[in-house]
Design a protein around this ligand. Structure first.
Ligand code: GLA
Ligand code: ZN
Length: 659
């Protein structure tokens, strides 16, 4: 079956059937229960290597033939995984060099998963061999709709092979060692290199002081992981180019530039495990909902098309600080949040709970009791039914006029460099404060990075864009010149892509666009704050404070305290046909909400729904074939009213209308 031809949202999950091969009764029961729950897809084989190849060179696929045929006969599609995320013990017994070496230079023993070295040629050979066998056998099976490559790729290896590949990567990037020395500023502490051979990846007992090097190692390894992925993609594609490929992403700081990785995929997929009911206000799930929505919005924005929610739990996880159950109503609400944000599926980890080992108490659709008379199973059935009713949404897109710039290179650089605070610079928190203010204004927000297109947006916000990659300042200039509103904040435009400081007052090469020049940045202690007036209201600001010289901007607000009282806190600058706004400090949420309310209005960007923010209510929109679906979601346990529409606690209402 072609993925594109499926006229339904997908509902299903990981089916680790290899754990139950000696239980034909369970396999038969699973099919019955899946159909009853409206499951139309399962993911097979994520960790099945040891069952495919129990001893080197001895292969068994008959069991998979059987289950795949049964699923197909019962109208259930298959997402087939490649098993490279987990390997059998015999492999490491014989080839220990496949295992990853940590930054402390200690090689892993056999155990766990997703801990191989991506440079290891033998492992690549083994993986590609396995992938070819699977693809040869199943790429044209009618049940297979999608390849799921590996599982939650993450981590970095520092073995000798990786060091060698790193030097090759560096040579390609810098050409000469002198170019590298210049970018790394390696004269500092006498770290000047004579040859690429002298370069070693960062280590806690070795180099940690050269930030350009630390960043390059992460970029190198990210590229290496993508190269590994590309090998797997090519292997399976060779047998049927029409089956699209994905890999399940799960984290922004996983050792891979996942925005770059998304460019390799036909379909983006995401694993989402929000810690429901564990926030600071467990009665309102707003913060947790925002966290989840951020991941979803990121996934949707990468290709401008729907993504798959590849994994989520129907009840609880087993690895949180507190493994709370989803309260009644939350399963439906969290599923709807994904769909509202652009997911074309709700999938679970996992269908049936394993009896032993690490995840035996992780939530699953079917528990150890095997019963369908459970709250979780009923919840899953209800989601299945609703997804069926919403099948016209499959493929529906979201048009965002607003983008938030969240960039992997910038994030990594901010984490590595030394300034502001020793640790915890709160970049993620700051990004999310702006995200929240935009979400509360009920506009759709794309999450993009510096390499993506700026065209098509009316407003782009870039909090703490410390690192400008090549071309970024020109893109911002052009965007504003042509009529866009660009919001930049403190600590932006300080360094180039190698963490080498620009020789100017930041933001680099944009002093005219924003009408100011930043001279210094102050950091306050926890509990300390400054204030400023904006549109007649006094607001608080904390943490970071740029001290900027005016260079033509209108000062909308000035600091009221500290030795820099009177200096600009919020500025506006007309440039070309657009506007450059600068937020020189970290203001409270109330301000950001009001500020974006005003700038969105100025940009002429309409909200999805014409309403002030209603506490705990999230609004999202998808469009398709001249129809608009507006999702109103209440993350509070008590009722809320928005635009005269009443939402019960945890309720989602979907308004369908012609555009
Ligand atoms: C991840 C993995 C799954 C499973 C779940 C448990 O998402 O991909 O295999 O371990 O976590 O939450
Ligand atoms: Zn390695």
């Amino acid at each position: 079956m072609r993925y594109g031809e499926i006229a339904a949202l997908l509902h299903g999950g990981d089916y680790n059937v290899e754990q139950w091969l000696d239980r034909p009764d369970i396999l038969a029961e699973d099919i019955r229960l899946m159909k009853k729950a409206g499951v139309n897809v399962v993911t097979l084989g994520v960790f099945a290597w040891a069952t495919y190849e129990p001893r080197e060179g001895e292969f068994h696929f008959e069991w998979l033939d059987k289950i795949m045929n049964t699923l197909w006969e019962n109208g259930i599609y298959v997402i087939l995984a490649t098993p490279s995320g987990g390997k059998p013990p015999w492999m490491i017994q014989k080839y220990p060099e496949i295992m990853r070496v940590d930054k402390n230079r200690i090689r892993h023993l056999y155990g766990e998963r997703e801990n191989h070295c991506n440079s290891n040629l033998l492992y690549r050979q083994k993986v590609l061999g396995m992938d070819r066998l699977l693809a040869q056998r199943y790429a044209n099976h009618p049940a297979v709709i999608l390849w799921h490559i590996s599982n939650e790729m993450y981590g970095i290896c520092h073995c000798r092979d990786c060091q060698r590949n790193f030097r090759i990567w560096l040579k390609e990037k810098y050409q000469t060692i002198e170019n590298l020395n210049r970018e790394y500023w390696s004269c500092f502490w006498s770290h000047h290199y004579n040859d690429f051979q002298e370069i070693e990846s960062p280590a806690p007992h070795g180099e940690t002081a050269v930030h350009g090097l630390a960043l390059d190692y992460q970029r190198f390894y990210s590229d290496l992981s993508m190269d590994f992925l590309q090998g797997e993609i090519d292997a399976v594609k060779a047998y049927n180019p029409h089956i699209p490929v994905t890999t399940n992403l799960f984290h922004f700081n996983c050792g891979i530039d996942i925005a770059k990785l998304c460019r390799m995929l036909a379909i983006v997929s995401w694993d989402s495990y929000p810690r429901w009911h564990c926030g600071t206000n467990p009665l309102s799930e707003w913060e947790t909902a925002l966290e989840a929505a951020f991941g979803f919005d990121f996934c949707r924005s990468q290709k401008g098309t729907p993504f798959l929610l590849m994994e989520s739990t129907p009840s609880t996880t087993n690895n949180a600080a507190v493994c709370k159950l989803k309260r009644p109503g939350m399963h439906m609400l969290s599923a709807m949040e994904a769909i509202a944000s652009g997911a074309d599926s709700v999938q679970y980890f996992q269908w049936r709970k394993s009896r032993g080992a690490y995840e035996k108490f992780h939530g699953a659709v079917i528990s150890h009791n095997g019963s369908e008379e459970t709250r979780v199973y009923r919840d899953v059935c209800a989601v299945g039914k609703r997804l069926d009713e919403l099948s016209a949404l499959k493929g529906a897109k979201t048009k965002s006029s607003v983008a938030l710039l969240y960039d992997w290179n910038n994030m990594r650089a901010l984490e590595e460099q030394k300034s502001l605070r020793k640790t915890n610079r709160e970049f993620d928190e700051i990004i999310k404060e702006h995200y929240e203010a935009l979400v509360r204004n009920y506009v759709s927000v794309d999450i993009i990075d510096q390499n993506m297109e700026f065209d098509g947006y009316g407003l782009i916000a870039a909090p703490m864009l410390y690192m400008f990659l090549p071309g970024t300042s020109e893109k911002i200039r052009r965007f504003v010149e042509q009529g866009g509103i660009f919001v930049l904040t403190f600590y932006s435009g300080l360094v180039n892509e190698n963490d080498l400081a620009f020789e100017c007052m930041p933001p680099y090469s944009l002093n005219d666009v924003f009408g100011l020049k930043v001279e210094e940045t102050d950091v306050l202690m926890e509990g300390e704050y400054n204030t400023f007036l904006y549109c007649g209201e006094r607001y608080k600001a904390t943490t970071y404070f740029d001290l900027a010289q005016e260079n033509g901007a209108s000062v909308l607000s000035a600091y009221e305290r500290e030795f820099y009282a009177g200096m600009p806190a919020i500025t506006q600058n007309h440039f070309g046909k657009g506007w450059g706004y600068y937020i020189a400090c970290r203001p409270e949420q109330k301000f950001l909400y009001q500020f974006y309310r005003n700038t969105l209005r100025q940009a002429g960007i309409p909200a999805i729904i014409d309403s002030e923010y209603v506490e705990d209510v999230m609004v999202k929109e998808r469009v398709q074939n001249g129809e608009k679906y507006v999702f109103l979601m209440n993350f509070a346990t008590t009722a809320r009213v928005i635009q005269g529409i009443e939402l019960a606690g945890y309720e989602t209402k979907i308004l369908r209308s012609q555009i």
